[in-house]
Design a protein around this ligand. Structure first.
Ligand code: TXA
Ligand code: MG
Length: 350
């Protein structure tokens, strides 16, 4: 397939380019586009044939439901039913933005979109290109992250092209994604509301609306084959670069010591080691390839850079990646969730 790639300036939208992409969506094609979280791979959510192409392009398991993206809160009425008041409170507060709400689905959502579940995940993104694309296409857009299944989600257009060139009709390019990890998924079909995937809308923020909100305990655990996860996507090894990832967790000084010791052992085995550090710690590593995610005082920068850093270690063909850990507070919960999954929960405590 020939993929058309066009850049769009977020501050000065090229309406014709977005209309061209919207037409492809209307006609049943695939368009990759930026959102504030990660790039998405979109198709008309109401067209089973178009949605099927998403699964094929990504190599995605059919039992993993897609998020349906809207641009106007009124679209909820046609896509879901029995929407609880609390769901409206979350939507009014955090939309447009990095939050997906699971609701009982209406019959117009094809089974392939929701992987035959009785519910559907709906999100209103804030990125202007995404919003304009959804609006112009005139249909809700089903979009998983725009990566090949299992790889870290793309947070800039180059990574999106790397994974999807030749597999989709159109790639709309924008700026680097601001949040850098996928949306917070909240289940509003249960009481109290349960967080199925942590993201940019943090537990602390959700609790300002409802103090009872809790994080599904499965989020921070290694998937158990005997327990059926509430978000089917949670059971897959995710966000994984080619090299194995190992996390060292605990007191920062001891973490640095432990990582340096591990680095030396790998070097003795002739291995190329990547180290995921922070601005505060990077100078304490003098062997291996060191990359900083940013300052520990600026956790959003850490989440913004996480996937890009994992992917750039792939480019450098490292044999192993060692990472520091982060406090599971605010967006730190999402960061540690993605990092732990990319490491297959290989965590050394010091
Ligand atoms: O930020 C995001 O959410 C990005 C951008 C493109 O919007 N999209 C995204 O989609 O991350 P995806 O497909 O990579 O992840 C969707 C997650 C999966 O873990 C899936 O299992 C869960 O949401 N999910 C979707 N519908 C669900 C439902 N009805 N019930 C439970 N979990 C659901
Ligand atoms: Mg994904």
């Amino acid at each position: 397939m020939n993929t058309k790639i066009e850049m769009v300036d977020e501050k000065n939208l090229n309406e014709d380019t977005i209309e061209e992409a919207a037409k492809i969506i209307r006609e049943g094609g695939l368009v990759a586009f930026p959102t504030e979280t990660v790039y998405g791979l979109g198709a008309n959510a109401l067209d089973p044939g178009a949605v099927k192409k998403i699964f094929q392009a990504k190599g995605r398991p059919q039992d993993n439901p897609l998020i349906v993206h809207i641009w106007d809160i009124k679209q909820i009425e046609t896509l879901a039913h029995d929407v609880p008041d609390i769901a409206y409170k979350f939507m009014e507060r955090f939309w447009p933005g990095p939050m997906t709400v699971i609701l009982p689905k209406s019959s117009i959502i094809p089974d392939i979109t929701s992987a035959s579940l009785p519910s559907v995940g709906i999100r209103m993104p804030s990125n202007v290109i995404a919003r304009e694309l959804i609006k112009k296409s005139g249909v809700p857009i089903a979009a998983p992250s725009a990566n090949i299944s299992g790889r870290p989600s793309p947070t800039d257009v180059e990574r999106c092209i790397e994974d999807l060139d030749g597999k989709v009709d159109f790639i709309l390019g924008g700026e680097m994604c601001q949040v850098g990890v996928e949306s917070t998924v909240i289940d509003c079909t249960v009481t109290p509301t349960c967080v199925l995937r942590p993201g940019g809308i943090t537990l602390e923020m959700l609790r300002e609306i409802d103090g009872e909100v809790y994080i599904d305990p499965a989020v921070m655990k290694k998937p158990d084959k005997n327990i059926k996860p509430k978000a089917p996507g949670m059971k897959y090894r995710h966000y994984a670069p080619k090299a194995p990832v190992k996390i060292v967790c605990g007191d920062l000084k001891k973490t640095i010591e432990k990582i340096n010791e591990m680095v030396q052992n790998y070097i003795d085995e002739n291995k190329l080691v990547g180290i995921i550090a922070t601005d505060e710690t990077k100078n304490f590593y003098n062997k291996g390839l060191v990359m900083s995610l940013g300052s520990r005082n600026n956790m959003p920068s850490i989440s913004k850079n996480l996937f890009e850093t994992l992917r750039s270690f792939d480019d450098k063909n490292v044999d192993i990646i060692l990472s520091e850990a982060f406090e599971e507070k605010g967006i730190g919960v999402a960061i540690m969730n993605r990092l732990s999954k990319s490491a297959g929960f290989d965590i050394t405590r010091v």
